[in-house]
Design a protein around this ligand. Sequence first.
Ligand SMILES: NC(=O)c1ccc[n+]([C@@H]2O[C@H](COP(=O)([O-])OP(=O)(O)OC[C@H]3O[C@@H](n4cnc5c(N)ncnc54)[C@H](OP(=O)(O)O)[C@@H]3O)[C@@H](O)[C@H]2O)c1
Length: 253
Amino acid sequence: MATALITGASSGLGEEFAWTLAAAGRDVVLVARSRDRLSETADLLAGATGVNAEILVADLSTAEGTQAVADRLADPDRPVDLLVNNAGHGLRAGFLETTVEEEVAALDVMVRAVLILSHAAARAMTARGHGAILNVSSIASWLGSGSYAAHKAWVTSFTEGLAGQLKGTGVSATAVLPGLTHTEFHERADDDAYDELPEMAWLEPEHVVRSALAGVRRKQVLVTPSLRYGTMTGVVRVLPRTWVRAITSRRRG
Ligand SMILES: NC(=O)c1ccc[n+]([C@@H]2O[C@H](COP(=O)([O-])OP(=O)(O)OC[C@H]3O[C@@H](n4cnc5c(N)ncnc54)[C@H](OP(=O)(O)O)[C@@H]3O)[C@@H](O)[C@H]2O)c1
């Protein structure tokens, strides 16, 4: 049976990817730091869908944690045909208030791990002649609002280049760029700046995951879930950068 490996599968979008893919009959490998949450999700998934749900406890801000996941992706005896690079987090404060260790850890999870895991997956998948890599970026990619936005800009740009390099191999690369989505993301980053926003500003994880997986099936390179965020992206991309910075650069992310 086809297998998907999902990082950040202990909550939010990653957990939703796991449920959607398992419901479609895929075996899943669930990666995150929280062993208890991963085990509980794996048990529930296996019980409800009958798929094989494996857990891999790893901290992607560390070299050892990332290598353990890369080794799993490279294992020829247990092929993974969909990698979802989803793990990520916001920063608890702006660049002048965070520690440099917090900044480097965020970069390691959202850039370094994405690079290493994509490399391992691309090598293994191209050798087999099929597979897909799905990177969870953000509409923050298009903003000039801090190191989180810079990491996501890297993910978007990296995925575009990777998609080109994979042409003709049978393997595809897609980046999904969600807008604000109801998950644990903002609470974990202790960011209440969005609390006052109307409900229509928010997406549900089910919608984001459905759009992202439809994009993977179509081998689409960039997917922006929802008409409103697609329209917003179109406008931001044609505005002068001075305007974009004036609106966004004081934000912490
Ligand atoms: N929610 C939004 O508004 C939004 C918008 C655009 C993009 N995104 C992106 O969506 C992705 C998923 O976030 P989410 O919204 O679902 O947030 P979430 O509910 O907080 O989930 C984040 C996941 O990442 C994992 N994670 C964090 N640090 C990790 C580390 N060092 N090693 C391994 N796993 C780690 C967490 O698991 P453990 O804590 O168990 O390790 C958790 O499973 C992120 O890349 C985020 O940047 C979110």
